[in-house]
Write a protein that binds this ligand. Structure first.
Ligand code: GLA
Length: 344
């Protein structure tokens, strides 16, 4: 059935006569690609279910500044325009990350050398200010940095740390971001912090340290790449409450639910039991999210993709292994988990 839903200044083309996002008091979003903004794209109709968006890959530094000083910002502007017209929230993801930095970013003047810390700070400054200023005020939320904590809970040992020897680059990145877009909320985003352990402790302690130093951080992103089995809803809830206790806004930034228990498990064949279990688990999670939102602990939740045909989990951690982590099926129809969330 087709219907049209009028949102201010933008008409969403809808496949269903109802919206997922209308079932919740907080924004529910999705990671998209720039081509999904085109009304002729097959997935475009799914956008009407969400009221927050983030690009899955297209705002990573390698794509926005492939060469020093050469910025490609058209897609950022396209999402900004869409966000304004559709009156939806936008997240910018991500200004810094150890993956997807362009090679030149860390290179010193002599071949094979690393840049000095002061020059790196300059590059971080120029990247952050140019991108944020081009994006304008449509983007209310930014992941200033992604995945800064290693699995052992210490600051990630990567090229940023090799050059700077401390987390000073992070503090500076947040300061540059605050200056470039004073009204935007600034986030540090990471994975595997939805359950207790050294990763959660390390992330919590690093946020506390940065806040203590006066770093302008407003929020914490818990990615939420979970499975049908792990973590428990209770652990996830306690994680949200723990991070909110720092006085930070909490976003679930990359939610999806893998059907695999083991990393290297052979491909499963999909069953109704699995789909029902997924529906019950998503329902329990969203009940908890609603409670945490009502308590002021959770601001927004975004799915990492629109439908099962185009999730990253079809090729990670095992290439060409089908997975079913999202709310829409491969043929773009609502799955039992979506129907359960909207009470259909
Ligand atoms: C991480 C990153 C995302 C994306 C996913 C995989 O979670 O934060 O930007 O690359 O992996 O799609």
């Amino acid at each position: 059935m087709l219907a049209f839903c009028k949102k201010p200044r933008y008409t969403f083309y809808m496949n269903e006569p109802w919206n997922l996002c209308d079932s919740f008091h907080f924004p529910v979003g999705a990671a998209i690609n720039s081509w999904n903004l085109d009304e002729k794209d097959a997935h475009h109709g799914l956008l009407s279910h969400f009221n927050a968006f983030v690009y899955e890959n297209e705002m990573k530094p390698r794509f926005l500044q492939p060469q020093k000083g050469v910025f490609t910002l058209e897609k950022v502007k396209a999402l900004a325009d869409f966000g304004k017209a559709a009156n939806v929230s936008l997240r910018g993801h991500t200004l810094l990350w150890h993956q997807d930095m362009p090679d030149w970013f860390f290179q010193g003047s002599a071949p094979g050398t690393l840049v000095e810390p002061e020059q790196l700070y300059e590059r971080i400054h120029d990247h952050i200010s140019t991108v944020m200023q081009a994006a304008g005020n449509s983007f209310g939320y930014w992941d200033v940095a992604n995945e800064r904590i290693g699995d052992d809970g210490t600051l990630r040992h990567d090229t940023f740390l090799d050059i700077c020897k401390s987390d000073e680059y992070l503090q500076k990145a947040f300061e540059y971001a605050r200056k470039a877009a004073p009204a935007a909320k600034l986030f540090l985003n990471d994975y595997c912090a939805e359950f207790p352990g050294s990763k959660q402790d390390g992330f919590f302690n690093e946020l506390a340290r940065l806040l203590e130093k006066g770093t302008p951080i407003d929020g914490v992103g818990l990615q939420g790449h979970i499975s049908l089995y792990h973590p428990s809803v209770q652990d996830f809830k306690e994680a949200i409450e723990r991070f909110a206790s720092l006085g930070l806004a909490v976003h679930i930034t990359e939610l999806d639910m893998s059907f695999y228990k083991e990393e290297k498990e052979p491909e499963l064949s999909l069953s109704n039991e699995m789909l029902t279990a997924q529906a019950e688990r998503y329902k329990a999670l969203f009940d908890m999210f609603s409670e945490e939102h009502a308590k002021g602990n959770l601001e927004m939740v975004l799915f990492w993709g629109l439908s099962d045909d185009c999730t990253w989990l079809n090729s990670f951690p095992v290439k060409e292994r089908k997975n079913w982590p999202l709310l829409f099926d491969r043929d773009l129809t609502p799955k039992p988990c979506l129907l359960r969330l909207v009470g259909k």
